[in-house]
Write a protein that binds this ligand. Structure first.
Ligand SMILES: [Fe+2]
Length: 416
């Protein structure tokens, strides 16, 4: 190869390295390239295996190739030690070793006398190069760390390697080492990202489980409230049924989360009453001003109970506003009309209706017609007239016009 050809070959090899994500594939490409372009008897590549701190053969090409996977070099192998340890004080270069160089130095007695201990090391290197039938050994470094080794056989035309060829191999080995390191960094980053994602998933899963448990506890509290208030056990489910039917009749969007929010608000709107004493909650006579203030506080207590649930901020707001009246006469803020969330306006209607038709320990539930009349009378005042209209339309179409404590609200059959 001419100087220009080496230069071009190097440029092309560098381009390939940028593209190749798999370092082993890259090294095989390099071995094939060298063997073909330079015309070698054989070529082998060793790369560093960090977990075991040793060097493995990943590829071997040519007539006298070494069986890949059979040979590995430990960190104390003479060749590895030579390149790993600084040895610039002696005449051998750290950049590469040729068999000819080693022979020349071993026959130079002055050199051997001046460098005590070198003879033994050079003999060991010569022995290793003989075993691998290597004429040249080229290391690949990245930031001073020995990452790979090219072991090259003789040229098929029997000529010696030129300095230009050796420099070319050396540049190739160093570029490949850098590519390997980059691929390692990339793999490490991908692995750490995956681990992090798994940890985040686990935390999210635990948090969700914790939130579900907390929701179940609040639901039990809400049931407890209704039990104390002497409602039937089905109160919560019936209010849910009536609320959903009304929302459907109003063509409200109940896709996904919207439905969950409405159902949770229908279930939990009075959970704050858990903090109201029985003497007030069950009082049949008119509440005193002071008692009434305590009673009204249940909307804030309910919202506070929901605070730890991340996904229930909107439910908490609906609960806080479920006693606001359409004409602004309600509490706690005296909001009007559409200032009040639609879910809160629905709760106001269905909860009142259900309270009228249900029996308590101190009175029997009133008939359907009376409850409907009461809703119509208060439409535009306590209640949103559109909600009342949709509610009456849907119950007259879908609910039996009677209420029995044992069976609760009964749906009319679809064919009726
Ligand atoms: Fe309430």
């Amino acid at each position: 190869m001419t100087s220009f050809e080496y230069h071009e070959a190097l440029k092309n090899a560098a381009k390939s390295m940028v593209r190749v994500k798999n370092p082993r594939r890259l090294l095989k490409m390099i071995a094939r390239f060298i063997e073909r372009e330079v015309g070698l008897t054989h070529s082998s590549i060793l790369i560093f295996d960090p977990p075991n701190r040793r060097y493995l053969f990943v590829d071997s090409k040519g007539d006298r190739r070494i069986p890949v996977g059979l040979v590995r070099l430990d960190a104390d192998n003479p060749l590895i030690r030579w390149f790993s340890e600084a040895s610039r004080s002696v005449a051998l270069s750290r950049d590469f070793i040729t068999a000819n160089q080693v022979e020349r130095l071993l026959s130079n007695e002055t050199f051997l006398e001046q460098n005590r201990g070198i003879e033994e090391r050079l003999c060991a290197i010569r022995e290793q190069m003989r075993i691998f039938k290597a004429a040249v050994c080229v290391p690949g470094f990245f930031k001073g760390e020995l990452l790979g080794l090219l072991l090259l056989g003789r040229k098929q035309d029997q000529t010696d390697f030129s300095l230009e060829e050796l420099t070319f191999f050396q540049t190739l080995a160093n570029d490949a080492s850098m590519t390997i390191k980059m691929a390692e960094y990339h793999d490490d980053l991908v692995r750490r990202n995956r681990e992090l994602e798994e940890q985040i998933e686990e935390v999210t899963r635990l948090r969700k489980k914790e939130q579900e448990t907390y929701y179940q506890i609040i639901l039990s509290l809400a049931r407890e409230v209704h039990a104390r208030d002497a409602y039937t056990s089905g109160h919560m489910e019936e209010v849910e049924k009536l609320g959903l039917m009304t929302a459907e009749a109003m063509n409200l969007n109940l896709e996904g989360k919207r439905r969950d929010i409405l159902v949770a608000a229908l279930h939990l709107h009075d959970v704050g009453k858990i903090g109201i004493p029985d003497s007030i909650l069950k009082k049949e006579e008119k509440l005193t001003e002071e008692e009434w203030l305590i009673m009204r506080d249940h909307v804030f207590k309910g919202a506070r109970i929901l605070e730890p649930l991340d996904d229930f901020k909107e439910v908490a707001r609906i609960i806080m506003l479920h006693h606001e009246n359409f004409d602004g006469s309600g509490y706690p803020y005296g909001l009007k009309g559409e200032e009040i969330p639609i879910e809160a306006r629905i709760i106001n209607v269905v909860d009142t209706f259900h309270a009228i038709v249900s029996s308590r320990c101190y009175r029997r539930g009133r008939p359907f017609e009376q409850a409907v009349k009461e809703l119509e009378r208060c439409a535009g005042k306590q209640f949103d007239p559109a909600v009342v209209r949709a509610f009456i339309e849907t119950i007259s179409r879908r609910i039996q016009p009677r209420y029995d404590e044992s069976t609760g609200l009964e749906l009319k059959s679809r064919t009726a």
